[in-house]
Design a protein around this ligand. Structure first.
Ligand code: KG4
Ligand code: ZN
Length: 334
């Protein structure tokens, strides 16, 4: 079964074709970073309009590069939420219309389920059950995954998501959008000589809180000489605090559940220090860690095509309703 995946939840237009036996056939990504750069962040209306411009050409390109024709496609998967509602509606409307025109089924995919399943596209995919740490721009979730759609929330961020904390902290340090990768690049030049807190690790539980780190960064920066090296050292200290906090909570989740497999996905999982810190922690716990390749950590069509293919093979109900939700708790999935 060939499944076309469409991702338009935020500022990337991602398209992919996944085959149930052959695996990933092709994927294309158009990033809107250059367009939003002048505004210091994502402008939702511009995002929607750009998805409209890019979607059909990218779909055509993907089908041609895969040496397929439209009639080979057996199903369409689209990100239905959570995300920017206008951007989601573009993907949903195109997916539903194409599916109706081509006489094939379509399936609404939960964006975070897409992230969660992204490591399945790698050579050594994790077996169920596993613990998933999902760290993106809008979410920080720790989930026990028993199987497809069998998700139990173990912990989440009570304020800023991990990616949001990276983005806001980057802004405080005068770095431009997209903050996460820029702050991470700056941190490479620094040493973590400032003592940052590890929020919510001194009490039991698996929830996170990252907004205090942002304030701590601002106070540290204002009390410093504000030189370039100091800025890099503050960035390194912030990054280390996030990495170690995530590792402490994941270690707790492994110990509490006895599940020795940790999946880490979502945009922030592209961060090299976070990958290294979590890999070392799991090794010490005699557990295994699974990450998507960096390009599949951030938003992409491949994870949506994969998740949609699994859902279609499970047999999802079809109707013509264009379904999109800005907010959509992952635990509502079955
Ligand atoms: O999953 P994603 O592409 O989109 C959402 O679903 O939100 O995640 C985007 C988030 C942004 O906050 C971005 O700054 C962050 O992931 N991010 C990073 C890195 N690459 C992306 N944060 C830290 N280090 C990185 N290398
Ligand atoms: Zn995402």
């Amino acid at each position: 079964m060939y499944v076309l995946g469409i991702e338009t939840s935020c500022d990337e237009t991602g398209i992919a074709i996944y085959h149930s036996e052959r695996g990933l056939i092709c994927h294309q990504l158009h990033s809107q970073v250059a367009m939003h750069n002048d505004y210091g962040g994502v402008v939702p209306e511009l995002a929607s309009r750009d998805h409209i411009r890019k979607l059909i050409p990218l779909i055509n390109q993907c089908i041609i590069e895969s040496k397929l024709t439209k009639s080979d496609i057996n199903g369409i998967a689209y990100t239905a939420g959570p995300g920017l509602i206008g951007a989601l509606l573009v993907g949903a409307a195109v997916a539903k219309s194409l599916a109706w025109a081509w006489g094939i089924p379509s399936v609404a995919v939960h964006h975070m389920e897409g992230h969660l399943l992204a490591p399945m596209l790698e050579d050594k995919p994790p077996a169920f059950p596993f613990i998933a740490l999902l760290i993106s721009g809008g979410h920080t979730l720790l989930i026990k995954v028993e199987g497809l759609g069998k998700y139990e929330l173990l912990g989440e961020s009570l304020d800023d998501a991990a990616g949001e904390a990276f983005d806001k902290t980057a802004k405080l340090l005068g770095l431009s959008y997209p903050g996460g990768p820029r702050l991470s690049a700056l941190a490479e030049q620094g040493t973590p000589r400032f003592k940052f807190p590890r929020p919510m690790t001194d009490r039991p539980g698996l929830d996170f809180s990252f907004s205090g780190l942002k304030t701590f960064t601002l106070n540290t920066y204002q009390a410093s000489d504000q030189g370039e090296q100091t800025k890099a050292d503050i960035a390194a200290s912030f990054q280390q605090a996030v990495a170690e906090t995530l590792a402490i909570k994941c270690k707790r989740a492994i110990q509490q559940t006895g599940i020795k497999r940790l999946v880490v996905a979502g945009g922030v999982s592209a961060n090299a220090l976070i990958r290294q810190t979590l890999t070392q922690m799991t090794a010490k716990q005699q557990a295994d860690s699974y990450f998507p390749r960096p390009e599949f950590c951030t938003d992409n069509g491949a994870m949506i095509a994969y998740a949609g293919c699994q859902r279609l093979m499970q047999g999802v109900e079809q109707n013509l309703e264009i379904f999109a939700r800005a907010r959509w708790p992952i635990c509502e999935l079955l």
